[in-house]
Design a protein around this ligand. Structure first.
Ligand code: URA
Ligand code: CA
Length: 433
């Protein structure tokens, strides 16, 4: 096989065979095919798209390009959840212990974040002592004994995706739905879950800014998962404003604790119950979504959920007393309010810009080398649709400096107050095939 023939075939709009896709991935991963040829193919895919069979073949080839995680020694149906990423997305911190409290085994690998705030592992690391690096056997033992473990990515998972992603990043081919779908799904499938629930975000703060693209991405990923034999479903949820109130690592741990105790923000709580119900049904721990939701609500009310969080923290070496004493988490030296400059209704809180402000405070990384400050971030007091009076605080900035003029201006520029506003819908669609 010659790679140039594969490029030309795809250029002319013909779908690639399973063998051709395997040839591409195997020989790109081992360094036989050069970047310049792959750049050309990626650009051709960007313009020609891929059939869902090609997407599934590409995903499978990437999944098998490195190690895969074998979770078969964990009892029960392992259900994973993945979010396409947003601002202040505290969902996994709540979901992992919550569904585990109902007996759904949670064996989760999470990435570090690049962008607005840390990834889930960075957030957990803001708990004093919490270790996200467990070896494989300890990881599996912990899930079997405690029902839940969340660790950082280890081993050589999907090297093809790492290489391709870096190349796409510098050749203008990141924004291709088939390439995004196969990139995300190859990593999820390599991580070993039996079933997958996807939270595809839509809006300013999301990878996909408009609804039509979000839907296409969701359908493509659900197709891929189901074709490869793992039950997969997706919801499309709002990311036009940050999720919940907190954006920042320790601040989101506090928000997760509140939510697990039944005192969390309404949108975060609703999203967690929606995703959690799907996970519980996929894991066969309830027959219907309504039954699952009721069980989840009970686990929050009677304290099983927060108890499971303590168990998980202690099992991973963390200080579980932070659950009852969140003030023990890192606190920023400066806590500064942002008063509203006029009265009215909050019409818009531009998610990605608020996320960038949190990153500039030190809550996220602009480059891989940046070090996260766990204490800093933003806590919103108003959300879209809320009434506000001039002088009332819109949010609290948690900072390690009081030189905040530039950030304050950015926040003012991106919180729009109008004469009337309505709450955005939180969950737009559920996609099961
Ligand atoms: N996230 C991924 O993991 N892959 C993409 O291609 C885009 C976003
Ligand atoms: Ca949040």
């Amino acid at each position: 096989m010659r790679f140039v023939d594969i490029i030309e075939k795809k250029r002319d709009g013909k779908p690639l065979s399973t063998e051709e896709i395997q040839f591409f991935i195997t020989n790109y991963t081992n360094g036989t095919i050069p970047d310049y040829q792959v750049s050309a193919l990626l650009m051709v895919i960007y313009f020609q798209g891929m059939t869902s069979k090609e997407c599934a073949d590409l995903t499978q080839a990437m999944m098998l390009s490195g190690d895969t995680v074998d979770l078969s020694s964990i009892k029960g149906i392992k259900v994973d959840k993945h979010s396409t990423g947003g601002v202040g997305d505290t969902t996994t911190l709540v979901l992992a212990p919550l569904v585990a409290a109902l007996g759904v085994p949670v064996a989760k690998m999470s990435g570090r974040g690049l962008g607005h705030t840390g990834g889930t592992t960075d957030k957990f690391e803001s708990i004093p002592g919490f270790k996200i690096e467990l070896d494989k056997q300890d990881f599996i033992n912990q899930v079997n004994q405690k029902g839940v473990a969340v660790i950082g990515q280890s081993g050589n998972l999907t090297p093809a995706d790492k290489k391709l992603y870096s190349l796409r990043d510098v050749t203008g081919s990141v924004n291709s739905i088939p390439l995004i779908a196969s990139s995300i799904m190859s990593k999820k499938l390599a991580a070993g879950a039996d079933a997958i629930v996807l939270d595809v975000k839509t809006g300013d703060g999301a990878l996909m800014k408009d609804m039509a693209d979000s839907e296409k991405l969701a359908h493509e990923m659900v197709n891929i998962g189901n074709q490869i034999g793992r039950r997969t479903m997706a919801i499309i949820s709002d990311m036009s404003q940050p999720l919940g109130f907190a954006i920042g690592n320790a601040l989101e741990i506090k928000e997760a604790i509140d939510t697990l105790k039944g005192q969390g923000p309404a949108d975060l709580t609703e999203l967690v119950l929606t995703l959690g119900s799907q996970m519980v049904v996929l894991a066969n721990k309830a027959k219907t979504l309504d039954e699952a939701r009721e069980k989840l609500q009970t686990a929050i009310k009677d304290g099983q959920a927060i108890t499971k969080f303590k168990t998980m923290i202690a099992a991973q070496g963390g200080d579980s007393s932070i659950v009852d004493h969140p003030e023990k988490l890192a606190n920023a030296p400066y806590q500064i309010e942002l008063p509203a400059l006029q009265s009215g209704y909050v019409a818009k809180i531009v998610a990605d810009q608020i996320g960038i402000a949190a990153m500039q405070l030190g809550a996220g990384r602009a480059t891989k080398e940046d070090i996260i400050d766990p204490a800093v971030g933003i806590v919103l007091h108003k959300k879209v649709g809320d009434k506000v009076t001039k002088g009332e605080s819109l949010l609290t900035i948690h900072a390690n400096t009081d030189k905040l003029e530039v950030i304050k201006q950015k926040l003012y520029d991106n919180i729009i107050i109008g004469d009337s506003a309505k709450q955005p819908q939180l969950i737009y669609k559920v996609i099961t095939e």
